[in-house]
Design a protein around this ligand. Structure first.
Ligand SMILES: [Fe+2]
Length: 286
């Protein structure tokens, strides 16, 4: 049975959050929820996440899983907020522990910050499946953009995270700590090996030329016309393109706050003696 997919596009970060479910009243999974963050004031908001909450309640859905495709660098995750509001368990790829190790050093986090992924409810290995209601989600390891990237397959739908973008946009960058363009090439080939009619759902869209945001494609469409990687593009060609392009990209606006929160599954850092939580800015590091 094909899952119903409800997208929520966040124009502030170009992120698409998905609710995946069978039918009204069924179990559901939420993928890549956004916590709004105003970097001028250092304030978080839940307007985006509350749209997801409203939809889940309207449809009488039961949240079983809140899935992260990876530790995002462009938005804060609302996973912890949604778990508190709606229930469910937060899951991410097991290689999040590598990402935690990298960024614990970058941010010189408190000694108590654990590198075992225990901030999440469940760490997923490649191929592992989770049932929710009559549906099942399978985790597919697709590293390259980060070491812990997972795509999630539910029936004929695959939520690709930051691997592919829409065909006219291309692929995700591979220059963050732990990223690797050769690895991403292999991960994209893994997606390309799925059935041609497989529905692919992007985590972001950065629409070029004034087109409206889009987020759904197919394996056949990507193989035919993705501007960075389509049938016939060699690993060497892809890595050369990706490496040259990454050298021109600025760091994402929210990478510093995002990573510090997202490697904690969306919890804020521990409050200090005055009762306030702080985020750090490492100088001359990234
Ligand atoms: Fe990302």
């Amino acid at each position: 049975m094909n899952a119903a997919v409800q997208p929520f596009f966040d124009p502030a970060t170009w992120t698409i959050t998905y609710v995946v479910y069978d039918q009204p009243g069924s179990a559901c999974a939420i993928i890549d929820p956004v916590l709004d963050y105003d970097s001028n004031s250092g304030r978080t908001h839940t307007d985006s996440a509350d749209k997801v909450v409203a939809f889940v309640r309207e449809q009488r859905l039961r949240v079983e899983w809140i899935l992260e495709t990876h530790a995002h660098a462009d938005h804060l995750t609302a996973a912890t907020y949604l778990r508190r509001e709606l229930g469910g368990k937060i899951a991410i790829g097991s290689n999040i522990t590598q990402v935690q190790g990298i960024f614990k050093k970058v941010f010189n986090l408190e000694p108590e910050f654990r590198l075992d992924g225990s901030q999440f409810d469940r760490l997923l290995a490649d191929g592992e499946t989770l049932a929710f209601g009559s549906l099942e989600v399978q985790a597919l390891a697709v590293p390259g953009h980060t070491p812990s990237c997972m795509a999630y397959r539910v029936g004929d739908a695959v939520f690709v995270g930051d691997t592919l973008f829409m065909p006219d946009v291309g692929t995700a960058r591979c220059d963050f700590p732990g990223g690797n363009a050769t690895t991403l090439y292999g991960s994209v080939l893994r997606l390309f090996a799925l059935a041609p009619a497989t529905r692919l759902f992007m985590c972001h869209d950065y629409p070029p030329g004034g087109r409206e945001p889009q987020w759904e494609s197919t394996v056949a469409d990507q193989r035919a016309r993705n501007v960075h990687i389509h049938d016939g593009v060699t690993e060497q060609q892809f890595v050369a393109m990706r490496t040259a392009r990454d050298a021109t990209l600025q760091m994402p606006n929210l990478i510093l706050p995002s990573i510090q929160v997202n490697i904690r599954a969306g919890q804020m850092p521990p409050v200090e003696a005055n009762g306030t939580a702080y985020l750090k800015i490492p100088l001359n590091t990234l």
